[in-house]
Each structure stands twice: as structure tokens, then as C-alpha cells.
Design a protein around this ligand. Structure first.
Ligand code: GTQ
Ligand code: FE2
Length: 319
């Protein structure tokens, strides 16, 4: 019997070589069916939109059918239509609508993925982040960075809804996933701080927006960044644009997702039109040109993986 070494060494044609190499998990770099290098990003993810009306109705049904005792979270994942594994919203981030009912608790856990929430509706719910109770008010943004304990509770008299965004898909790609549940179930040893770096209250953000000057190129209107950046992998912005405004076409390697908090309009993404209003979610995959057309004065909450692109030297923006 010839050894592997002998068989390979005695190969006479490329046609014989390829299968012999494949048996050793080696592939000829010059004969791959798909190129490994290409001139610009593939369109692996689709521009897409989810409507808050639909999400809210589905959460109300879920409220009747599943409890937070059974579900770790009552969340509805907004997965990209072009994703075969029904999970990411864009390559690096996932968004989900979540709801909690009066008196419920969603037990505490921690994970290496970074997470944030934009509060959509209801007063009286709260998150406990590393032992600190943070009350949720409409349009507030709350952070639960990498490895911070967090659980949700509600003292409201009706359902409370919010939008989650996490970098779980990025964590899946890079692999450093860790997750554990809190030994107490729902974290109970808590304090209630007056302020926290993990909450951006809407009252404060609005005041900052009022003071902000519109960007001279007309790309964002009045824009404020929440944090600098909010977390290691995700940057957050609120941008206020006046009715009638049309932004120039922009493309960036950063993957983005936005949720209008006020107003209405539509966004053209790579030639496709997506109409939006409060609570809707729009996926802007990287390197797809997009432009906003504002109908009624609007404020958009923008989530972007640009800190990742910047840190790795891959941030390119064209406008
Ligand atoms: O609220 O902790 O939508 O851990 C997905 C994973 C929400 C959360 C999600 C989570 C959470
Ligand atoms: Fe979580």
C-alpha cells in the first residue's frame, strides 16, 4: 500500500491532485469554486423592514400563550429575509421586540454579547443591571454591556414593550460566547441610583437634540450620539430631521439598523423603498446606499456596528 505521502508525490495531473488533496483537507487556492477575494462587499443581507403594528400584535398574542417563567425572554426576533439561519437582522446585530406583563419578572442572566433596549410603550417596567434598578420610560435607551447581570420586571398596569438590539451574531462569528443564569433567579439585592451610565433618558436626549446643530452636509439633521460609543461593538445615535428633508445617498461598510421614534417618512435602500413610522425597524446592511425622505418631522434611533469597523480599520463611508 502506497502511503499518503507517496500517493501525493506521484501525482501526475491536476485532476488527480485535487481529490487527493481534498482527502487531506487541503484545497488548491487557485481552483476554488468561489473566490476568496472580491472587489467589494457581497449583498449577503437584504435591506428589510418590520412594522411595529405587526410586532406589537404578535407580542400581545405571545402574552396570552407564553409566560416569562417558561420563556427566558418574551421576545420576537426580527431576522433578515436573506439569512438562512433565521437569526441575525444584519451580519453583526440582532433586533427583537420584547414585552413584559404587569407583575412579571424575566429572570436575571449575563452573557458576553452586548445588549441595549429602546423603550417603545408602557410606563412601570424596569431592568436591573448589576444590582441597579433602572426604570424604563418611553424612548429611553438602556444598556446591558458584556457580562453585566440583567433581568426585567414590571409594576405597570398594562403591558410594556421595547426593542432589543444585541451583537449576538457577531459573537457567533467570532466565538467568545459565554452565558450564565443568576444564582438568585431574579436579582433581588438592588439599589436605585439617581443616574447611571447604562441609561440615556429621553428627557436628556431631547434636550441634547434641541441644542444640536444640523450637520452641514444635510446627512443626519440634528444628531446626537448616545455614549462614545455606547458599547465596544455598537454605536447609538438619535437624529432629528425636519419634514420635507431628503438626505444625500450614503453608503458605509458599517451595518446599521434604525427605529423611528417620532415622525414618518421613507428610506430608499439600494433602490428599494421602505415606508416607516414610530416603532418600525429597518435593516441597512453595510455598503447598500440609502437615503431618507422625511414626511413629518422625524427622529430616528440608529444602531451601528461602526465601532467594530473602525477598530479593525474597515470603516469606509461615502456620501
Ligand atoms: O432581554 O436579556 O431579545 O438576553 C435576546 C437575548 C433579549 C434580554 C433578547 C436577551 C435579551
Ligand atoms: Fe440578556
Amino acid at each position: 500500500m502506497a502511503t499518503v505521502l507517496e500517493t501525493i508525490a506521484e501525482t501526475e495531473t491536476l485532476e488527480e491532485l485535487y481529490p487527493r488533496l481534498n482527502e487531506q483537507y487541503i484545497q488548491a487556492g487557485w481552483a476554488k469554486p468561489e473566490p476568496s477575494l472580491y472587489p467589494e462587499p457581497y449583498k449577503n443581507f437584504a435591506p428589510a423592514k418590520w412594522s411595529w403594528e405587526t410586532g406589537r400584535a404578535a407580542l400581545d398574542v405571545a402574552g396570552r400563550l407564553i409566560s416569562t417563567d417558561l420563556a427566558e425572554r418574551r421576545n420576537l426576533i426580527l431576522y433578515n429575509p436573506a439569512s438562512s439561519y433565521r437569526y441575525p437582522t444584519v451580519r453583526t446585530m440582532i433586533t427583537a421586540y420584547q414585552m413584559i406583563l404587569p407583575g412579571e419578572t424575566a429572570r436575571s442572566h449575563r452573557h458576553t454579547p452586548n445588549a441595549l433596549r429602546l423603550i417603545l410603550e408602557g410606563e412601570g417596567a424596569y431592568t436591573i443591571v448589576d444590582g441597579e434598578r433602572l426604570d424604563m420610560h418611553v424612548n429611553d435607551v438602556l444598556l446591558t454591556p458584556n457580562w453585566h447581570w440583567h433581568g426585567h420586571g414590571s409594576e405597570a398596569d398594562g403591558p410594556c414593550y421595547w426593542l432589543d438590539c444585541l451583537d449576538v451574531p457577531l459573537t457567533h462569528l467570532i466565538e467568545p460566547m459565554f452565558f450564565e443564569t443568576h444564582p438568585d433567579g431574579f436579582e433581588t439585592k438592588i439599589t436605585t441610583p439617581a443616574t447611571s451610565p447604562n441609561i440615556f433618558p429621553w428627557t436628556q436626549v431631547q434636550a441634547d437634540l434641541d441644542r444640536a446643530t444640523p450637520d452641514p452636509k444635510g446627512r443626519y439633521g440634528r444628531r446626537v450620539q448616545l455614549g462614545d460609543p455606547a458599547m465596544a461593538t455598537i454605536a447609538l445615535f438619535m437624529q432629528r430631521m425636519e419634514g420635507g428633508m431628503k438626505t444625500p445617498s450614503i453608503r458605509t461598510t458599517a451595518n446599521q439598523i434604525f427605529c423611528p421614534v417620532e415622525g414618518s417618512g421613507y428610506t430608499i435602500v439600494d433602490g428599494e423603498r421602505f415606508d416607516w413610522k414610530r416603532g418600525d425597524v429597518i435593516a441597512l446592511p453595510g455598503w447598500r446606499p440609502f437615503e431618507h425622505h422625511v414626511s413629518d418631522d422625524a427622529t430616528l434611533f440608529m444602531m451601528s456596528d461602526e465601532p467594530v469597523m473602525r477598530a479593525l480599520g474597515w470603516l469606509r463611508v461615502e456620501d
